[in-house]
Design a protein around this ligand. Sequence first.
Ligand SMILES: NC(=O)c1ccc[n+]([C@@H]2O[C@H](COP(=O)([O-])OP(=O)(O)OC[C@H]3O[C@@H](n4cnc5c(N)ncnc54)[C@H](O)[C@@H]3O)[C@@H](O)[C@H]2O)c1
Length: 337
Amino acid sequence: MTTTYSIAVIGAGQIAHTHLRALQSSERARPVAIADVLEERAQQLGSEYGLTAYTDYKQMVLEQKPDLVIITLPHFLHKEAAVWCAEQGCHMLLEKPMALNVAECMEINAAAERNQVVVAVGHMQQFFAEHIAAKSIIASGQLGELVMVNDKRWGNYFQASRPAWFLEKAKSGGGVVINLGSHSIDRIQWLTDSWIAAVRASMTYRSSTDVEGSAALFMETTSGVPVTVSLSGYKGVPANETELLFTGGALRIGIRRGLSIGTDGTYMPVTVPPSADAFVAQLESVLDTVQYGKPLSISGAYGQSVVAVVEAAYRSHETGTEQQVSQIQELLRANRK
Ligand SMILES: NC(=O)c1ccc[n+]([C@@H]2O[C@H](COP(=O)([O-])OP(=O)(O)OC[C@H]3O[C@@H](n4cnc5c(N)ncnc54)[C@H](O)[C@@H]3O)[C@@H](O)[C@H]2O)c1
């Protein structure tokens, strides 16, 4: 008989729908409840997905005693909710970025350790079919030695549909770097199987908000590979891709637009084996850790490593100097567990 896990969702905003759809397609997931301070949102998703709706997530957790919670709150509430849920003995899938800063991530990881619960951070791009295929090409060594990574993400960050809290630094932690850059940092670290060790960043603040609208990041991995990340949230031409250059060719990932390989002058499309929807695969991976203790590539320690790079980028912009990413050794040890 399949073991099932009761699951409650905290936050009924934009991304909650995607998680709820993923929950519906997992045999092991038993979604039970949803909470949002906005009663109408909780009620609407509750009735759409057959869940008990709450306006207070603590009441929901105390009454429903879920095995796992999915936390989809604004960034400034991640730490408070995650620590409290860990203390109630709930495993959790916490949306990215893990928290506002490294100190908060450490509090979450310590609470998880104390209470022996799994913390997973929603770096779901590791489950994109193109990324899985790219990682296996990189690991095969068929393109030679990796010499550089260039990543870019451009798009209108300040569109009217963006929830207002994203545009207040105190609530979001920042703009394109913490929100979109955390995906770039994750895919670079995960694809290259290394950590970002140093960052030099330059940002602009040209919107009517206090969050940055663009950033150029020059980074280096622990393997000594140079990386550029170009992020722009101003209107223009959208882009979302990662290019990896090797001694014997190049790999281009168009995020959700396919994978190409170039060894002889032009890029040729790579046939990518189909895989499950990324949010479904992410959920199954978390449940595999909860059920069988399998290693988790999106662990709390890993989530902290991404926030450490984000934090170093902000420090670099403020000081005008290159910043070493702290806690690399500590994270390496934690991830080896
Ligand atoms: N993985 C991805 O690709 C992806 C995509 C979008 C968003 N996200 C992440 O998901 C998280 C949520 O983003 P979103 O776009 O869904 O934001 P959102 O504003 O649409 O949703 C957040 C919800 O939390 C609710 N909320 C606020 N305070 C609360 C509280 N104390 N208790 C209960 N509910 C409360 C709000 O009313 C809102 O409905 C963020 O961490 C974001 O970065 C990830």
